[in-house]
Ligand binder design. Structure first.
Ligand code: PLP
Length: 373
């Protein structure tokens, strides 16, 4: 049986979400129609909106459904008129949304350098928007978002938080964080791919990316992806109910890291000293590129990813690990292992066995090469 440990790339659809999708597909009204068919679909959307709103502690009116985290990030950033500040470890969908954005460094633990943000905010002569992720997709490292918000608001700047990797994995409260906008995505928490939401605080009106129809209170035109949204709602409800179970994955993750260290003391776990998501481990095996590791593990029936899975085809070293101060070789030798809602101890054991065998082969090869030289 194959072992899937790439849940930060996408996690299997929860059965409750699949059921909600199937049910929604049997409803054929348009939510904008006033007749009973339309009203039934509107009810499906309303229910899902409530579940997603509850997941992050907002009211349903704050939710704008989108085609995913990428679109939500683009909407938050593209229409903003002023200076945009982003951390150097943001997802490509943030970095690519505003190429004029100013970067704020992170330290060796992958945490944003607050003093540098303070300086840049003080220097900005126009309105500013700070975009910072809650949890990094490659390392799982959490950012001090509340502190960032306090600082930004002192400078009258807005804060957008990419919570795509955090929502449904840890308790995320929009109000407690104090952010102005937040992005979430269904397929990272047991819903389908291709649906997400931008959450917008009361009184704020980000420019729509899509114009035309009046859907989503004129914030996102186009007939809603009803089945996707229904699946998102069901997944958000279950993820919220099972947050404590998800937290227990930290035990499995720690066990995995302990076993790797025992098997191969040279292993490096990136971001281990910061606060992290409970499910993510970024594992460096010096002297072997991540691309080769991912292929060898795949041959052994274990699925993990190299750096950011959204760009897993790319050979460039991870910009996240480079920003944490690693050199190209080290940044290119790290793989991401991410557990999920259906992970079990056997998955960890199968990964550790496959990884230890690969590390041993690498050591044997290195010894043989030295003997030849
Ligand atoms: N933001 C982060 C931190 C992510 O990890 C991802 C996807 O991996 C995205 C945004 C993009 O989300 P989506 O795949 O829903 O477009």
């Amino acid at each position: 049986m194959d072992t899937y440990l790439d849940h930060n790339a996408t996690t299997p659809v929860r059965p409750e979400a699949a059921d909600a999708i199937s049910r929604a597909l049997t409803q054929h009204g348009n939510a904008s129609s006033v007749h009973r068919f339309g009203r039934l679909v509107r009810h499906t959307l309303d229910e899902a909106r409530e579940s997603v709103a509850s997941l992050v502690g907002v009211s349903p009116a704050n939710i704008v459904f989108t085609s995913g985290g990428t679109e939500a990030n683009n909407q938050a950033l593209r229409g903003f008129d002023g200076t945009v500040l982003v951390s150097a470890i943001e997802h490509d969908s943030v970095l690519g949304a505003r190429e004029d954005a100013q970067m704020v460094d992170v330290d060796a633990d992958g945490v944003l350098v607050i003093a540098q943000l303070r300086e840049k905010l003080a220097q900005s002569e126009e309105p500013a928007l700070v975009s910072v992720m809650l949890a990094n997709n490659e390392t799982g490292v959490l950012q001090p978002v509340r502190e960032i918000v306090r600082l930004a608001h002192e400078h009258d700047a807005l804060v957008h938080c990419d919570a795509v990797q955090a929502a449904g994995k840890i308790d995320v409260s929009f109000g407690h964080l104090g952010v102005d906008m937040m992005s979430v995505s269904a397929h990272k928490l047991g819903g389908p791919q291709g649906v997400g939401a931008l959450i917008v605080r009361d009184g704020l009106d980000p420019e729509p990316l899509l114009r035309g129809g009046g859907q989503e209170r004129r914030r996102r035109a186009g007939t809603e992806n009803v089945a996707g949204i229904a699946g998102f709602g069901a997944a958000a409800r279950i993820a919220r109910e099972k947050l404590e179970l998800f937290a227990e994955l930290a035990g499995l993750r720690d066990d995995l890291e302990t076993k790797l260290r025992a098997a191969f003391p040279d292993v490096v776990i990136h971001g281990v000293d910061g606060d992290r998501l409970p499910n993510t481990s970024c594992v460096g095996l010096p002297g072997m590129t991540a691309a080769i590791q991912v292929m060898q593990l795949d041959l052994a029936g274990v699925a993990v990813s190299s750096g950011s899975a959204c760009s897993s085809g790319k050979v460039a070293p991870s910009h996240v690990l480079r920003a944490m101060g690693l050199d190209d070789a080290a940044a290119q030798s790290a793989i991401r292992v991410s557990l999920g809602w259906n992970s079990v101890p056997r998955d960890v054991d199968r990964f550790v066995d496959a990884w230890a065998a690969m590390a041993q082969r690498r050591s044997a090869d290195a010894t043989a090469q030295r003997a030849v030289a």
